[in-house]
Design a protein around this ligand. Sequence first.
Ligand code: NI
Length: 171
Amino acid sequence: MIRKIIKYGDPVLEQYCDPVEEFDEPELHQLVADMFETMNDARGVGLAAPQVGLLKRLTVIDCSAGEDPEQKLVLINPEILETEGEQIGEEGCLSIPGFQGDVTRAQRVVVRARDAQGGSFEVEGDGLLARAILHENDHLNGVLFLRHLTPLKRELIKRKIRKLRKKGEWD
Ligand code: NI
């Protein structure tokens, strides 16, 4: 089931999310399936639970945008173990559609997480995958990519969003 993606301005996107404690439950499997479906429908490469209104430490990532099932990644209660290097690149967010900005992220990251069955694993990401992991992990701490932009760029985007909201084109 495709869920509604919450847009910037809703306070749920700027709150700290709680760890998932119950694994391998039908509800959790359904949420993961729905999040992949919602993300693919929106042509994104990552989606975090708060973006569908749930304050849980859960994200789904697929850098192939639905093309390669092997790239599907579920990160529950992720912990960033290592970061290395630096990359600067354009970033966007499904909760802030239509806006992008340059964000500096680590080039490489190692993350430990649990899967929907509760199994613990580590995964290493480089390039786009590192960017996606760090962007999604930020969501779980209530941090949006806007916070990584220059103040000037951030204000420009916020101003445009305020205008869209006034016109009823942002909900
Ligand atoms: Ni995002």
